[in-house]
Design a protein around this ligand. Sequence first.
Ligand code: RIB
Ligand code: CA
Length: 326
Amino acid sequence: MAANPTKVLLDVDTGVDDALALLFAVAHPAIDLVGVSCVAGNAALPQVIQNTLRVLDAAGCPAVPVAGGAHRPLLNPSRDASHVHGADGLGGIVLPETSRETYRIDGAAVGAIEMMRRVLMVSDGPVTIVALAPQTNLALLLRAHPEVAEKIERVLFMGGSASVGNATAVAEFNVWHDPEAAAIVLDSGVPTFMYGLDVFNRVAVPLQKAVELQSSGRAAERLAGELISHRMGVGAGREPVYTGLIGDAGALCALVDPGALRTALLPVYVELAGSTRGQTVVDRRVFPGEDSMHGLRGTAGLTEVALEVDADRYVDLFLGTIATLA
Ligand code: RIB
Ligand code: CA
């Protein structure tokens, strides 16, 4: 581990690309993984928890608190992403059963909100929350325990978009799944960093490299190759497509190597109504508009938004980091 690693609390909905992020988080020396909270998103919560425990085993992760949180969004019904991640959330990749358990205190199971509170409050330094899923757990945590805000360095979240959507034409899945939760986090006063689709969609491993990984002598590399090679469903009757995206793992690349990004500090708010519900509105105007002049503009907080990425640099960083796992 590096001399002064960043304490990271990961919030996941494992998920093919959450699994890639978990492998990276365990492997990279600049990351001190202090907790993993699970939330419904790509798959139902019990499946997400099981997937997360098994991937942590596959990564050879030392003991770390893992806990399940919200079973569904604050208001929305749960709408999974099985067409992308498969019914089991891991693209049908079967990992060995695990004896790893979720977080317990005196033998009693503890939920994610309490686990996150404890981890943050006992930490001897600020913790970065890296949110790779719908932000339901984070919203509940901040509403139930506002005192934790001062212990949070920042929330670096994979979510949103300053341009194209994926869940809808304009909304990204994590924010679309629970827009109210994302709005609560953005308005919480905790510093936020948005790793959205503008960069998420750029960082892809070439198919040939993914194929090579699957014949690696290292089990974790083989697993990474299988996960990257999982083809995303694109609708009935159409062939699933290879994207090669490292997805959520890119958000952790942004944590350890921010120099590969072009970012800007911009007002960001979440649309909560109408056909654009779940859209992150990223205000890139140079001059204020009529909405400001006529008092129509909300009080959107400023968020550091990743706008461009040196994609090859993150592909190399990801592959080089995964290669250090057994
Ligand atoms: O839009 C992509 C995000 O939604 C990723 O975090 C993926 O795992 C899903 O949660
Ligand atoms: Ca995710």
